[in-house]
Design a protein around this ligand. Sequence first.
Ligand code: DGL
Length: 272
Amino acid sequence: MVSSTTTSNNKNKPIAVFDSGVGGLTVYKKLKEVLPNEDYIYFGDLKNCPYGQKTKQQLIDLTADIFNYFKCEDVKAVVMACNTTSANVYEEYNNKFDYTLYPIIQSCAKIISQLPIERLGVFATSATISSGAYKREINKYNSNIEVFEMACPGWVQIVEGNKQNDELSVQLIKENMDKMLENNPDKILLGCTHYPFLLDVLSTFASRDMFIDPAEYFANYIKEDLQSRDLLNENGGHERFYVSAKPKKFKIGGKMFYDLHEEPQLIEFARA
Ligand code: DGL
């Protein structure tokens, strides 16, 4: 599933993490907890955010620049924190670069399929839901889990706009929750990196432990995989942040999940 063309002399190369915006910080924070000695490059594609309303071809086209940029940065691994790109572009780019690709959905599906769950709800973007990736990947390992997928258009914009407590936002989230709860799920998976930012609101409609944030499983999976291939860095600990637009907005919006000391640097790709 994961390409493994890297060799042990790549240990000290950085790990890249990317998402359409601040959402990937929910994954980045967990990665830093389990792998504090790595060097990291985080890229937030705010210029093209939200990804969730784009077509598969649009996502393939716009991520080409990002994967090529990571190649220039000579990273050892790319963490596809973004569920939408894991669902829609992973297969297109897997094995095309020298670095290892870690897609969040495919990397976490086995672990999630082993949890004591019979009925699993999944909230995700429209592009993730229409790909059917969560249902397919989870049922590949455990066909007894009934998966109820629901697209939540608007949720990413709520998070990027820091509007989680606005009346209209709460109303929209409640409508989605009411519909999801009709399926009587044991757990609800937050299948978009932005959604853990909404946990305070979500948990006013169901208990907090109803929700699964795959970030922790993902971070541990990456650690174990790097460890098994002798690719852990013991001498790093540096981080760099980049965005394709709106650096100020990223710093303010990301605060809830990560304490950024400086504004991210702006990178503009010729084509994006
Ligand atoms: N946060 C990303 C995901 O996990 C994409 C959200 C978006 O830009 O629509 O799917």
